[in-house]
Structure formats: C-alpha cells, structure tokens
Design a protein around this ligand. Structure first.
Ligand code: SER
Length: 318
C-alpha cells in the first residue's frame, strides 16, 4: 500500500495534486504538508495534513516516521520571480530542502520521489524552439539553477544510490483553484481573473512574450503517470521535457476576446519578469517522455480557455 507525502501542498499544483492522489490511493494514504501557507478546505477536510518545514531535517524525519511514508511528491519551491528577490530563502527551500528529501529517501529506503523541474532549467543559450531533452542548460535565475540542481541530484541519487527519483520539466501551469505565487508565467492565470471580474487586465510581459504553458489536468497527469511508469522503460529520470501549448499574452488575449468581446489588455512591463521570460524557451520537444512513459497532453489553448472560464466564473460567483 502506498503512503504518500506531498510537500508544498498549499501551492498551485499541490492543491490539485493532493485531491487527485487521494482519489486514486485513498484519502488516508495521502498526507498534505505545508509550511507557512494555508491548505485548501478541500484538503484539510478530506485527509491527513501537517506542517512541515523542508529546510528542517528534524521535521522531514519526524513526518516520514509518523506517517510511515514510502513515496514523496516534493513540490515545495520558491518560484522564479520571488527567488530573485529572496535568494537566501530560495537557497534554503530549493537547495537544502531538496537535499533533505533525497537524503531521507536513502535513510528510509523510500520507494519513489517525484520532483518537478521547470522550463526555467534552460537559458539564453538553449535552442528556443522545440528545445531538445538533452541540450545546453545555463539558466540565469536562482530558481532555474535550483531546477538544474534538482535534475542532476535526482539523476545522481538514482545512478549512485539506486533511489527512484523522477521529474518532469513543467512549463507555466494554468489553473483556477489556487493562484501561483510570484512566478513569471502567472499572467496566464491572472488574465482570466481580470477578464471575469472587470473585463480588463494589465500584463507585466510584452505582447509577444511567447512561452510554453500547460493546463492543470495535464500537469497532474504528467506527474502521476511518470510516477506510475515502469522503471525498466525509463532511460531518463529527473529531467523529462513535457510540452502542451505555447502562446504569447497577445494570443491569449485574442482567445479571451472571443469569449468576452469587451475585454481589453494593456501592458506595464515588469523588467525582472520580462528578463526571466526572455531567457526561457518557446516550446519543448517531448519525444523522450512520449516514448518512455506514453506522455501526451489533452488540452489545447481553446479547450483550456473554455474550461478555465467555466470553472473560474463558477468559483468567483460563489
Ligand atoms: N511557473 C514557474 C515560474 O514562472 C516556471 O516554472 O516561475
């Protein structure tokens, strides 16, 4: 039987991954862990939850022991824009926190650890279109460097210590339940709130800032399907490209205008987030993930926009 711990369970992805895992593995078998952020009512009302500071080795140990954990989805991470503003915190959470989880993996002989990487693991020198799975990785942000660290560490613990560590390079994730915190791709969520609440949105990236994105249900499938994949088939571990859709703020605004004809977008560029976006790819080549664990995305820009507007309108109405 699986006993799963999800760190960062109050975040944008954790808030949706925990319910999906509980549906599959049983409410009691999925422990939601957060440090400072409040978990959703959906999570606290449906199963075990606890406060864990991943930068504290004692906390990580006592949680694994108390709940007899055998699998960890390690989602705790300081996202790109915030990490640039608070390097110390980013170092503690993204580097030390990950190190603790991997060491705990060896100490408690965990069955599997899933750690998402990101498009932030690439940089200016990376080919921007259909970025290959194996390519130049010289990120120019603390967050990106921490994701290269997590990929290399995951692969190292796998090859040197036999620990089963897996990860996908996620693009910007679009979702309606919980908003992301201080990332560069956040505009693609905030724009829907703007459209539904006041028919307008001020974007912090330029109209043509093209970036890879994915709708949450596909991100959840990517994480859960990779976790379930037959280990024998995997020739990679912590560094799978996954691709879904790519668009610019202008293209997303055009899709929204089709549904909200009065919608207006204007632009006030944030130099920090713009410089980060300019260093990331346009799209990823995910052939390796398709071959090794049958990855494929279900949503495109139009179907994502319809589903987002449907669900977010209902949420904001209540
Ligand atoms: N969504 C993340 C960010 O913008 C990318 O991994 O920081």
């Amino acid at each position: 039987m699986k006993r799963i711990l999800v760190t960062g369970a109050a975040g944008q992805i954790g808030s949706e991954l925990v319910p999906a895992l509980r549906l599959e593995f049983g409410n009691e078998n999925v422990v939601a862990a957060s440090h400072n952020h409040p978990l959703t009512d959906e999570i606290t009302n449906s199963g075990p939850h606890t406060r864990v500071d991943v930068t504290n080795w004692g906390d990580v140990n006592s949680t694994i022991q108390k709940y007899e954990i055998d699998t960890i989805y390690h989602l705790s991470s300081i996202l790109s824009a915030l990490a640039e503003q608070n390097r110390e915190r980013a170092y503690e959470v993204n580097f030390t926190g990950l190190y603790h989880i991997l060491e705990a993996g060896i100490k408690y002989k965990l069955e599997r650890i899933i750690v998402p990487s990101s498009i932030a693991a690439f940089g200016h020198e990376t080919p921007r279109d259909k970025t290959p799975n194996e390519t130049i990785q010289k990120p120019t942000t603390i967050y990106g460097i921490s994701k290269v660290f997590s990929e290399l560490m995951g692969n190292y613990y796998e090859s040197k210590h036999g620990l089963d560590v897996r990860g996908v390079r996620l693009p910007g994730i679009i979702s309606w339940k919980v908003e992301p915190t201080a990332g560069t791709t956040d505009y693609a969520v905030a724009i829907f709130y703007g459209a539904i609440k006041e028919n307008k949105y001020t974007c912090f990236l330029t109209p043509d800032s093209y970036l890879p994105m994915m709708y949450m249900p596909d991100a959840i499938s990517a994480l859960m399907d990779l976790a379930k994949a037959d280990r024998e088939r995997l020739n990679h571990h912590s560094d799978y490209n996954v691709n879904s859709m790519s668009f610019s703020p202008k293209e997303l605004a055009d899709v929204i205008v089709k549904r909200f004809p009065e919608f207006k977008i204007n632009y006030e560029i944030d130099p920090l987030r713009q410089s980060i976006a300019d260093s990331w790819p346009n799209s990823l080549d995910d052939t390796v993930a398709r071959l090794e664990w049958d990855w494929y995305p279900r949503y495109n820009l139009e179907t994502m926009a319809d589903d987002m507007i449907d669900n977010l309108s209902r949420k904001l109405d209540t």
